[in-house]
Design a protein around this ligand. Structure first.
Ligand code: PZK
Length: 319
């Protein structure tokens, strides 16, 4: 990570003109903090010796960000991440410091003050079900990330046990699945990679069991780890949110076909009907689709945590 306060924000994609517009919007959002990095839907600011991770209401489908925000999406994802950080603290410590102290009023609910970590250069993906690129790779080779799977598995089928399928962190474009040995080479330490795999599977298994008890299937998820100033391994980034995971409603799950996305299906179905070719720029989203999508995010939070979303908003409100 570039830690110079004057660093030019990194953006995942978009033309130079769209970068300029996005950058203005982001800088004015939290005017007094230096922007360190920008993802498609999140921004990271410097907060003294810590960081402020801010989840926006931006939404992407087919990897393209729409011009229309989904109200409260960033707050729902932040709230979910905090729920899981608290749930999994005994499995592995994380980077969360505070949801309130030193979080500016205008960012409350969507921002977290976090420890600075030295991030490890691999994405730690766990798959409990065969879908997405995992399903594609299995169909062409019978294996995912070098792990040979039983024959005859179907689209969206549950795997005999969760598998660890690390990937590279691509600056632009798609992350590439790699096998365990390649991940160990990139990290430079096989024992650390063993630890990342074991922690990732333990986190996934805990979360999948909790989600199942609430009628939600956690199909797969991605973690990022780093070391704090004392060398302690911690999980960072966002955890177990719809942007880093696939959640499926258990009551409509059917093996043998792709599952509708819990959160983005309204937008995808509407977009398909418009004839959009899935290339930038993404179309503006109509009000009814925005409202339906917002409701899905809030429903996901309430279903998984058992808590009203308003309770989160009250918990982080400026006193
Ligand atoms: C870190 N990103 C991803 C990019 C975002 C997030 N605790 C940390 N310490 C140091 N660096 C990072 C973290 C975390 N998490 C996260 N890149 C570096 C990223 C753009 C916007 F919000």
């Amino acid at each position: 990570m570039d830690q110079r306060p004057t660093a030019r924000p990194r953006c995942g994609s978009g033309s130079e003109a769209s970068w300029r517009v996005a950058s203005l919007r982001r800088v004015t959002a939290l005017a007094d903090l230096p922007l360190l990095a920008s993802g498609k839907v999140r921004d990271m600011y410097e907060l003294g010796d810590r960081l402020l991770m801010v989840a926006s209401d931006r939404i992407s489908t087919y990897d393209v960000v729409h011009p229309t925000p989904i109200p409260d999406k960033g707050k729902v994802l932040t709230a979910l991440s905090v729920f899981w950080f608290e749930q999994t603290d005994a499995i592995v410590p994380n980077h969360l410091l505070s949801t309130t102290e030193d979080v500016p009023g205008e960012a409350r609910g969507r921002a977290l003050a976090v420890r600075r970590l030295e991030m490890l250069p691999v994405e730690c993906v766990v798959r409990g079900y065969l879908t997405g690129s995992g399903w594609k790779d299995y169909q062409s080779s019978g294996a995912v990330a070098g792990i040979t799977l039983p024959e005859g598995l179907r689209d969206s089928e549950q795997l005999p046990e969760p598998i660890f399928t690390p990937s590279t962190k691509a600056d632009v474009g798609h992350d590439e699945t790699i096998d365990f040995d390649r991940a160990a080479e990139i990290v430079g330490d096989r024992a650390v990679m063993d630890q990342l795999r074991d922690l990732s599977i333990a986190l996934y298994s805990h979360a999948a069991e909790h989600a199942a008890s609430r009628g939600v299937i956690l199909a797969d998820t991605k973690f990022e780890f780093g070391r704090d100033a004392d060398g302690v391994l911690r999980v960072g980034d966002e955890v177990l949110t719809p942007d880093s995971s696939r959640f499926w409603p258990a009551d409509t799950y059917e093996v043998g076909r792709p599952q509708p996305s819990f959160d983005k299906q309204y937008v995808r179905d509407w977009a398909a009907g418009t004839g959009w070719d899935k290339k930038p720029p993404a179309p503006a989203i109509p009000d009814d689709v925005v409202a339906g999508t917002r409701a899905r995010y809030v429903e996901a939070y309430e279903k998984i945590t058992g808590e009203a979303f308003d309770a989160w908003l009250a918990r982080v409100a400026v006193a």
